[in-house]
Ligand binder design. Structure first.
Ligand code: ATP
Ligand code: MG
Length: 611
């Protein structure tokens, strides 16, 4: 391909809104342009690499027996109403109506569509297991699309869904997917950190996320210095750093003095309060009022909940409370993990309550909530709180706190759960080693769904005994755009992209010093030879200075550069210079051997990545 016949609009300057390398370089290398916030167009160069990532994913899916299908992107809203996600997905779901007023969804993911397809075809256990996938457009109305295609609104995802008669079969396919994912990322030249996305320290292999390390990563990863524990902070747990109730507290712990109300004028923050009372944040019970939406947990008998009504968001969905408020109590030095909180409450959504709600429910200005005497909402306590027997907490009135508060004596939580956000320095739940943090981006996710969708969407088959059964299900996603951007994040330098051979838009770039005369003839001949050897070559036939061409060759990151021209070409044994993109210096190769040399190197590099 000649550059003048392609469309590779490289840029000298970084686009103003690009913060990360992949976003900058995809624009500058002429791979990508923006249509609107979160909406991008791949230009020819970008699309070539994109297709290569897709191809690698496709090959690995095919290799484990997952079958590709091509459903539509726009799917009937009815399917989403059946699963209950028409409501629970919130604003990120793009809902549209057609001219007849029927509801549709622009797929953000496709559990519903695949479940519905399989539901219509499934009759016998003999058809299972069945694993289907697509590589297709998704739309999520992300609140803050950012970092180019890393978090777009429209993007392409490979999503696979598998259906099984039993757990062993699901486990086996889930494991095969995990191995396929590792191969996909290796073949793309990506270093990934697989992290557990389930909270269980050891058991439970229900969900695994594949992360790439990134300073701008949206995820915090918790890793152990001493063992291979790795978890998303959303789910990470840690070893208790307190004595559980009933366990001997060191020595003969004296019972705490009676609870006492104290004046704390003009003291607002926990730090100020600690200074004022000469105590430690660890002796403080921080209490936060949360609003939760679509709560499945049974709240009958819970304080302040007698008037709440339950309803079904969808015919087969479980009953939920539309809205409920909770007081979440946690040790003063810790932060609430909202993912754990939502899981404990079985709530679709949790968020800190508005100030006006806090004031209404606690009868005090914000900052004085506490679990003692709080009857308006259920108290949900983190496990750490149960170990506090002489603590300080808000007294539900302005400028007043309680001290000598004992959990179990002065208040009893309605529910106790692990709600803390694990941080660096906490202890590994598996081996007790020190935990540390890294930032990362999620590239892929594999998940044992169990019966969640197959039940709500009414899938069934007849087993060996002619009995009707519900299949169990898994789902497996990889973001193609995000994977491509991550390759650039991992493989670039100050001058541009440094593509791994497997996903490079072209293998070789031919740079004639001046595209005319003998140089032109030699360049054209080399391009032809490479083509016949199956090597993808881009020929820079522009009328530009060599410096400009070299800069663009570095920017676009094509793995092998061949310079044609100058003295080397003129002699009786004409030679060209071959240089790897990451190499400092090139080497001279006889023109007659150049195509073969390049071809061998391309094959070797691809083989290495694919091995
Ligand atoms: P995130 O936490 O980053 O929003 P997610 O957990 O919502 O991701 P999944 O629903 O598991 O993502 O989707 C599978 C894959 O799709 C992700 O691992 C990621 O690679 C990709 N993906 C998800 N959202 C986006 C997006 N807005 N832009 C690009 N890729 C995305
Ligand atoms: Mg995910």
């Amino acid at each position: 391909m000649k550059i003048t016949q392609s469309f590779i609009p490289t840029l000298r300057e970084d686009p103003g809104d690009a913060v990360i390398a992949s976003h900058r370089l995809m624009f500058r290398a002429g791979m990508l342009r923006k249509l609107a916030n979160g909406l991008f167009a791949y230009l020819p160069l970008g699309l070539r690499s994109f297709r290569k990532v897709e191809r690698i994913i496709r090959e690995e899916m095919d290799a484990i027996g997952s079958l590709e299908i091509k459903p539509t992107v726009v799917v009937p809203g009815e399917l989403w109403k059946e699963s209950g996600r028409w409501e629970s997905m919130g604003e990120s779901l793009l809902r549209v109506k057609n001219r007849l007023g029927n509801d549709f969804v622009v797929s953000p993911t496709a559990e519903e569509a695949f479940s519905a397809l399989v539901r219509d075809e499934l009759s016998s256990y003999r058809q299972l297991p069945l694993s289907l996938y697509q590589i297709n457009t998704k739309y999520r109305d992300e609140i803050r699309p950012r970092y180019g295609v890393m978090r777009g609104r429209e993007f392409v995802m490979k999503d696979a869904y598998s259906f099984h008669t039993n757990d062993a079969s699901l486990d086996a396919h889930y494991e095969a997917m995990g191995r396929a994912y590792r191969r996909i990322f290796k073949r793309c030249g990506l270093t990934v950190i697989p992290v557990r996305a389930d909270s269980g320290a050891m058991g439970g292999s229900g969900s695994e996320e594949f992360m790439v390390e990134s300073e701008i990563g949206d995820n915090t990863l918790i890793l152990c210095e001493s063992c291979d524990y790795a978890a998303n902070v959303e789910k990470a747990s840690c070893k208790a750093d307190y004595s559980a109730p009933g366990e001997a507290v060191s020595g003969e712990a004296a019972p705490a003095p009676a609870i006492e109300k104290i004046d704390t004028p003009a003291v607002r923050t926990i730090e100020e309060l600690c200074a004022f009372l000469k105590t430690d944040a660890k002796q403080f019970i921080k209490t936060l009022i949360y609003r939760a939406a679509n709560v499945e947990l049974d709240l009958s008998g819970a304080p302040g909940c007698s008037k709440l009504e339950r309803r079904r968001p969808a015919p087969d969905a479980p009953e939920v409370y539309g809205e409920a408020f909770f007081a979440v109590a946690i040790r003063g030095d810790l932060d609430v993990n909202e993912v754990k909180l939502a899981a404990a409450l079985k709530a679709a959504e949790v968020a800190l309550a508005q100030d006006s709600d806090v004031e209404r429910l606690t009868g005090a200005p914000v900052g004085f909530a506490g679990p003692v005497g709080l009857g308006s909402v259920p108290v949900i306590a983190d496990e750490t709180v149960t170990a506090l027997h002489d603590a300080v907490t808000g007294a539900l009135a302005k400028d007043l706190h309680y001290r000598h508060v004992a959990c179990g004596r002065d208040f009893t939580p309605w529910l106790v759960a692990d709600l803390r956000t694990v941080k660096a320095g906490d202890l590994c739940p598996v081996c007790g080693g020190a935990l540390y943090e890294k930032r990362g981006n999620e590239l892929g996710h594999i998940f044992k769904l169990g019966y969640k969708y197959t039940k709500s969407m009414g899938l069934s088959y007849l087993d060996e005994n002619g009995k009707s059964q519900i299949p169990t299900m898994g789902c497996y996603g990889i973001g193609v755009d995000r994977a491509l951007a991550s390759v650039i994040e991992e493989h670039h330098d100050g001058s541009g992209i440094v593509w791994p051979m497997t996903v490079a838009p072209y293998h070789v770039i031919i740079v004639p010093i001046k595209y005319e005369g003998a140089v032109k003839d030699a360049s054209d001949a080399l391009a032809g030879e490479l083509e016949s050897l199956g090597v993808e070559a881009l020929l820079d036939d522009r009328d530009e200075r060599p410096g400009v061409k070299f800069n663009d060759a570095d920017l676009t990151g094509i793995p092998l550069r061949v310079v044609v021209g100058g003295r080397e070409l003129a002699g009786d044994r004409p030679r060209v210079e071959i240089k790897g993109r990451a190499e400092e210096k090139g080497r001279l190769v006889e023109l007659s051997l150049a195509a073969k040399t390049l071809s061998l190197q391309v094959l070797a590099e691809i083989a290495l990545l694919n091995s």
